[in-house]
Design a protein around this ligand. Structure first.
Ligand SMILES: [Zn+2]
Length: 303
């Protein structure tokens, strides 16, 4: 169970839904061919690439953010009982530790004030809902679920038209039930939750993708006083070395590249802590310039 860490006066803790080998590198990042990876294998294996399967090791996790005002969850992973066809180990999961781990982190579902989703892909919305008596109900009954309006407007017609094709069913079981329960709030891409937490538009992976900014002091000074939860603007440390490498799922690759490079440069130059969605545990650290790209320095002291 990951320990909490501080961003200034804001406490943050990761709760992991899944972590392990997930995709062949080139299946997620088409540029990550065996030839392209050859120079990096020495440090990629075993931390980032599983030596048995050859697959990328990815975490899928929620960041629990506690400010003086609010308890906030950022991204809600894969969830349980969800029918998924594209990724077999996301299909019809049950008996996971997620809610018990949230409880161990001191979070009771009814105490969550805000649930925020960086974007509306299935591995970022799953625990929005759970199945009760055959119906999808909000897992966090008193929370406002904050969705970027642009993201919602992109996906809504697709979710309604062909929910199996678009989002692999996630719209139907994890997004639309939140809207129908009256728990969703559609906001602008730069929406502010409180004096510590706000959204920032980071388009590319999806049209309305947002990063979530944390200002530790409420004023936003440097270093680990500032953090950004990066969602899927970056998936793998390989994209630190090669910010130009996009995932297969990126909607607008040129914008995704520009967004990724901008966030990496900021982390390297201003010391903004990157809280990544999918890097293996402990998932948080800083970009450091190296050659044309960057390397990722995990934050010291994290297990
Ligand atoms: Zn993702």
């Amino acid at each position: 169970m990951p320990k909490p860490f501080q961003v200034g006066e804001v406490s943050v803790q990761r709760v992991i839904d899944m972590e392990g080998p997930e995709f062949a590198p080139h299946a997620l990042l088409p540029d990550a061919t065996p030839e392209a990876l050859e120079p990096y294998l020495e440090w990629l294996i075993p931390r980032f690439i599983d030596p048995t399967s050859g697959q990328l090791i990815l975490a899928i996790q929620t960041y629990v953010v506690r400010t003086r005002h609010h308890t906030i969850l950022i991204d809600t992973c894969v969830g349980e009982d969800k029918e998924r066809h594209f990724q077999p180990d996301w299909n019809m999961r049950s008996g996971t530790r997620y809610l018990a781990d949230l409880a161990a982190a001191g979070v009771r579902p009814e105490e969550v004030d805000f649930v925020m989703c960086s974007h509306l892909h299935p591995d970022h919305v799953g625990w929005n809902t759970r199945l009760v008596d055959g119906r999808w109900v909000p897992t966090f009954p008193n929370a406002k679920y904050v969705f970027a309006r642009e993201e919602w407007e992109f996906w809504e017609p697709k979710f309604r038209r062909d929910p199996k094709k678009f989002g692999d069913g996630a719209g139907l079981d994890s997004v639309l039930p939140i809207v129908e329960a009256g728990r969703a709030v559609m906001v602008e891409g730069d929406h502010r939750i409180d004096d510590h937490v706000h959204l920032e538009p980071t388009p590319g992976h999806t049209p309305g993708h947002v990063a979530i900014r944390i200002a530790g002091s409420g004023g936003g000074s440097g270093g680990d006083e500032r953090a950004v939860m990066t969602g899927d603007l970056i998936h793998s440390v390989l994209q630190c070395r090669h910010p130009e490498w996009c995932s297969v799922a990126c909607f607008d690759k040129d914008r995704a590249r520009a967004t990724r490079r901008r966030i990496l440069e900021e982390s390297a130059e201003e010391g903004t802590l990157m809280m990544t969605a999918h890097f293996p545990s402990p998932s948080i650290g800083h970009a450091v310039r190296e050659g044309e790209g960057f390397r990722f320095a995990y934050r010291e002291g994290e297990g």
